[in-house]
Design a protein around this ligand. Structure first.
Ligand code: ADP
Ligand code: ZN
Ligand code: MG
Length: 494
């Protein structure tokens, strides 16, 4: 067995309105080469100016990852040539990045690990090259877009851990509102570094895997690579330090290039940008942006509301959903419901019927705050059920009507005559009718009781309950109807 070391370099696009060193619009999917200017095109003699919002968002991520923000942070030029970068250098950070020496705990699916964060640094993205058969096209809209790179120490040991790290980071930056986390559009991209070695011998020869545009590919790519390297060492071969590409069609990595060393880039301080020394006010604005993160929030929801792991995890996956959930619970408490009971009812409803409606109607859970079923309305519906004012079945229909007619649940239930009948006298009258009409079934049930035929007994009793509900237009409380039917059948014996 070998020891495995995995370190990730994750790039995220910050949601700044404009690019990091010029005033061009920062957006995905615009007409190619429309959001460009002499600065992001790197014309000679142009002057970059730092977008302070990018610095604030970068520092916010750094703080959420428990990094230290240094007293002074600055930018360097990283020199290299590539057609998607007209300046022939990228403005990045090297000697004193904006976030340093942090850590984060990743938890879930049987994994619990502390991962050290080496640094977070702010840089500009390059343009995009699109290769189409004989020609390559260049779109510079992305050139100069604010990019934050998060670099971990090689603390992870499996593809699963790396996948979890990226999923958790994605959730975190979405909670902070600094990145949409869209891996398909490239708003969050990860390169994975992996080496294996004989236990106790330290790090091995590192291989970097690129082209991992989903967290699943990160897992698959790393696990493939760990196996490949182990087979090489087993066969007495040496691993070469290189960059490999993940081929998602063949489920394997393939060599791309041998890696340059850091000094190849000939970093030197960017002369056109001043050193940034965050003042107290800037640091306060960063701290003000820190929200409760998904993991601690899920833990709190479990303790406060009695949710299980799965429920709290699903609810906290999206901040808007967690906010919606908590608003609903507090609205239900205002309506006089007991908190834990309401909390569990609401969680169940949210993760079943409401989740179903959202996905059916293609409503992004991030927009749950804008649906017609407001927290107040869901709380009202929960109260109607909890107090036996409407049946579970009618509650489901009521939900649909809230979405289609934009009305309060209590109004709908009243209008449609969906109030539940709890009056024993009314229900008992219906049961008596059923007894007369269904005399044959009643006889059959009694025979089943005599014969001890549980299966038959169950299905026939359910039939009688169904008939009773039918006679009341589906409004009789099923539990009460069931109790009354049992009482008649067993004559008080059970
Ligand atoms: P480079 O100079 O090639 O960019 P760095 O030392 O900056 O390499 O590290 C880049 C990433 O690779 C980091 O996430 C780091 O944790 C990881 N890493 C570095 N060395 C190893 C190794 N031997 N095995 C696995 N991961 C490594
Ligand atoms: Zn520009
Ligand atoms: Mg490096």
């Amino acid at each position: 067995m070998y020891q495995t070391f995995i370190g990730l370099e994750v790039h995220i696009h910050l949601l700044t309105k404009t690019k990091v060193f010029c005033g061009c619009r920062s957006a995905f999917g615009d007409e190619p080469n429309t959001n460009i200017c002499p600065v992001c095109m790197g014309y000679p003699g142009v002057m970059p100016a730092l977008n302070i919002e990018a610095m604030r968002m970068g520092c916010l991520v750094a703080r959420a990852l428990n990094c230290r923000i240094p007293e002074k942070t600055w930018f360097e030029r990283k020199q290299y040539f590539y057609p998607d970068m007209t300046k022939n250098y990228q403005i990045s950070q090297f000697a004193s990045p904006l976030g340093q020496e942090g850590w984060v705990n990743i938890e879930g699916g049987g994994i619990s690990r502390k991962v050290r964060i080496r640094e977070c640094h702010l840089e500009e993205d390059a343009g995009k090259m699109i290769h189409t058969g004989a020609v390559s096209l260049l779109d510079y809209n992305r050139a100069g877009v604010s990019l934050l790179e998060i670099v971990t120490d090689p603390d992870m040991e499996s593809g699963e851990e790396a996948e979890l790290f990226v999923q958790q980071l994605r959730r975190t930056v979405r909670y902070l509102g600094v990145c949409d986390g869209n891996m398909e559009e490239g708003s969050l991209r990860a390169d994975a570094n992996v080496s294996i070695n004989i236990p106790g011998k330290g790090l091995g020869k590192k291989v970097e895997i690129k082209n991992l545009n989903s967290s699943r590919f990160i897992k698959l790519g790393l696990n493939y690579e760990i196996k490949r390297q182990a087979a090489m060492l087993d066969a007495g071969k040496t691993i070469i330090q290189e960059t490999r590409l993940w081929n998602e069609n063949r489920d394997e990595t393939a060599p791309m290039r041998t890696k340059e060393n850091a000094q190849d880039y000939r970093y030197f301080p960017e002369p056109d940008l001043p050193v940034f020394a965050p003042d107290a006010e800037f640091l306060r604005s960063v701290e003000a942006g820190l929200v409760e993160l998904p993991l601690p929030r899920a833990t709190r929801l479990k303790a406060e509301y009695g949710l299980n792991d799965e429920q709290s995890g699903l609810i906290c996956d999206e901040k808007a959903v967690a906010d919606y959930y908590e608003s609903t619970v507090s609205a239900a408490c205002e309506l006089g419901l007991e908190q834990k009971d309401a909390a569990v009812r609401i969680a169940n409803r949210l993760l079943s019927d409401i989740k179903h409606i959202l996905s059916r109607d293609k409503i992004d859970p991030a927009n749950i705050g804008a649906i017609k079923l407001t927290p107040r309305r869901l709380a009202e519906l929960t109260a109607l059920i909890a107090r036996g004012n409407t049946s579970n079945k009618n509650a489901k229909q009521t939900l649909e009507v809230v979405f289609s007619e934009d009305k309060d649940p209590a109004v709908i239930v009243k209008e449609r005559g969906w109030e539940q009948i709890n009056d024993p006298a009314v229900i008992s009258a219906a049961v008596k009718d059923v007894w007369d009409v269904e005399a044959e079934t009643v006889a059959a049930v009694r025979a089943a009781i005599e014969a001890g035929n549980q299966k038959k007994l169950k299905s026939l009793t359910a039939y009688l309950v169904g008939k009773t509900l039918e006679r009341t237009g589906g409004r009789a409380a099923p539990e009460i109807a069931g109790q009354q039917i049992d009482a008649l059948l067993y004559g008080g014996r059970s």
